[in-house]
Ligand binder design. Sequence first.
Ligand SMILES: *Cc1c(COP(=O)(O)O)cnc(C)c1O
Length: 382
Amino acid sequence: MSETTAGRPVPGHPALRRAVVDLSAVASNVERISRIVDGAQIMAVVKADGYGHGAVPVARTALEAGATWLGTADVGEALAVRAQIADAPILAWLHDADPRFDEAVERGIAIGASSALHLERAAAAASATRARPASVHLKVDTGLGRNGIPRREWESVFDRARELELEGRVSVDGLFSHLSNADPVEDGLQLDAFREAEGLAQAAGLEPQLRHIAATAAALRLPQTRLDLVRIGIGLYGLSPFDDESPRRLGLRPALRLESRLISVKRVKAGTGVSYGYTYRAEQPTTLGLVPLGYADGIPRHLSNTGSVEVGGRQRRIVGRIAMDQFVVDLGDHRASVGDLVTLFGDPATGAPSAFDWAQAASTINYEIVTRLGGRVVREYA
Ligand SMILES: *Cc1c(COP(=O)(O)O)cnc(C)c1O
C-alpha cells in the first residue's frame, strides 16, 4: 500500500524518498501504553497528519489496538479523518477566531471549547443542524498560558454550559486541560487547579464523564494525572517525549523510517570541496554518496556537517551544506554503489540514527523531525 503526494513514484520503481511506516509498531505502542496507564482510556492524537505518519492509517491501527478516542488540533483535520472513519469519537480543540461548527457537530466531532464563544458556537451549530446536542469538552487553562478558559471565567462558562445542557443544545461530555511538562511540581500545581475546576463544574451541575490532562509525558511518568483518559501523540509513534529516556527503555518502537537510495557515488581526491560554500573539504581521498532529499523534504539544514545517515550497516556523516533537494555523505573507503539503500533515520535497533539523534544534532525535538517531512516524501505502509 502506498500513499503518494508530489513524490509519486513511477510504477514498478521505488519512490525517490520514502517514509516507511510500520503500523505494527503503532499497535504495539498502543498496547504498551495501555498496560502502563492501567485502565485510563487512550485518545490517539493524530494531528498534523499523524505526526507525519498518516492520520487515517495510524488512527485505524490505534483503534484496533484499543484506543477509544481520536484527537486532532483543528476541525478540518477531524473532518478529514471522519470522512474515512465513520464511527470513532473524535475531539478537536484548536479553532479559528470566528469558528463555525455546523459540519463538525453534524458529523459527530466533539468540540474542545476554550472560551464562551466556542461554547456558544457549538450550541448554535446544534440548533442550526438540529443534529443532536453538540458534544463539548470544556478546556480550562490550569497554567499553560495558551488556550483554555481562563480561571476568572470558569464559573460563568460552567453556568452557561449547564443552561445550554438543560436546553438540550450541548452535552458537556468532558473537562480537560494541558500540562506544561515543566517539572513534577509545576505539573502538580496544574493538577490542583484542574481539581478545583472539577469541583466548580460539579457545583454548576455539570457531570463531565471524561476528565483528561495528560499527554504522553505525564501519562508515562505522573500516574496521578491519568484520570479517565490520556491523550497520546508522540508515544503512539514510538518516540520518547523525554531527553533522558529512550523509546526502547520505555518499551516503545519507532514506527517511521525515512529511506532513500544513493543516486550518485564518486571517488574524490583530498581537498575536494563539497556543496555550496565548500563548508567541507575531503581531508583524504574518499568516496562521496549523493542522497536525493534536502530541506524541502524536511531534512534540517542544521544537520550540514553534523548529522549522520546509515549506509551499508554503518552511520556516515553528512558533509557539506544540505541543499533544497539533496545532500552528500562521506562514505570513506566503503565500496558503495548507486542504488544502495540509505536509512536517514528510523529505529536505532537497526543501526540507523534515531529521530532523537537528528533532533539533538539540529537543536530541536523529535516531534519536529517527523512532523516536518515534506510533501515529496511518499508514505508507504509495512
Ligand atoms: C499534541 C497534543 C497532545 C499530544 O501530545 P504528545 O506529547 O505528543 O503526547 C495532547 N494534548 C494536546 C492538547 C495536544 O495539543
